[in-house]
Design a protein around this ligand. Sequence first.
Ligand code: F0G
Length: 464
Amino acid sequence: MQYKTIIEPFRIKTVEPIKHTTREERVAALEEAGYNLFLLKAEDVLIDLLTDSGTGAMSSAQWAGMMLGDESYAGAKSFYKFETAVRNITGFKHVIPTHQGRAAERILFGAALKPGDIVPNNTHFDTTRANTEYRGATALDIPIPEGRNPAAILPFKGNIDLEALERTLTENPGKVPMVMITITNNSGGGQPVSMANIRAASEICHRHAIPFFIDACRFAENSYFIKLREEGYADKTPLEIAQEIFSYADGCTMSAKKDGMANIGGFLALNDDALAQECKNMLILTEGFPTYGGLAGYDLEAIAVGLEEVLHEDYLEYRLRSVAYLGDILTKAGVPIVQPPGGHAIYIDAKGMLPHIPQSEYPAWALSLVLYLEGGVRGVEIGSVMFGQQPDGSEKPSAMELVRLAFPRRVYTQSHVDYLAEVILHVNDIKDQIRGVKMVESPPMLRHFSAKLAPAHGTMLTSK
Ligand code: F0G
């Protein structure tokens, strides 16, 4: 008998209580947090879908591995285990641990970018964009056009626009020091990139003698999408697919807080000897010696085990299915979401859901606040608050207004998701009552993390 229910491929050994709050408590918490969900106390959140980064549950094998952590300053055993795990998947010659993904970005961009440069990417995530702009370079997003249309259903909606890439490289000789592809495309809805697209982008870059890097945060989810959706990969293991992906690249940046299954950590891995040496010198300046890079030996152990576990097929099947399960319920009820559901999150299309709120009143931010108000659920806005602020201080509405509900790995069960669906459907029922928000206090960069906002019309919800 082939049973159809896809179950969580684990049982729970340790539990962490979560706390219900009253609506009144949430009203007060929001006000105290300046209408910014990043500024809430996490204990006031019932279901926390702010991010899938560092929020996963580690396995018993990872915890056991941590007890083996070698805390030697240099040459620790744990580093070599970590290096072997990374090299087995990526094949890159130099493996440089960092405390998280953005540290890898800062170090790589510090060595490779200069003011006036252009870095094309299918879509930069916020820290990648900020680290590029911080170097005085331009972060150029060139997803395929369908990638910006939430309703379009494509198997590989995260692909980079190959024509735009070719054009950019031809028109800007000497100005493009590297090209990046983000797998999966986080800001574009957690959508996968196909092997064919990665191969073709690599070929274009190398024809122009430009290094090709992968932002690999969710490489395992992307590999499994390739297995399910791309011809010729059904019989390959996720590991074999990941190995092929990295074989086309010259290096990668990685946040081990995602598909490293760890609570902290990351790495930069690359083949170029001279660039690696420069990066290692920078690493020593701010992160630590190259065999620990800002991590404890036990973190390196947890990541080494996590990188192996994340490629298990039963895990990946469960992972993609739990996100699609919520996607199916919302789609059936007519809630507009980025289609098809991505690997790590559901993205509600706030522009589609709240056409009465202009982008200048941040519809996705408002929707994220109301989800918290009505159900204690915390998502994150990926819209004009996150991306509207330009390096010169001006404001430009972002292409999409999304609320991302990111699933921490191995944390929530199906009943949590059923509750979540109930909250979203209720909010969808009262969507006409939702009102926009305005900016009250805004820092000069990465403003979404600390900005203060307020209801633009005195209230978040009008009465019926
Ligand atoms: N690249 C991508 C595609 C990411 O999604 C992230 C982090 C980073 C780089 C940076 O990694 O956090 O370890 O420094 N994304 C998290 C998120 C924060 O919520 O999507 P980091």
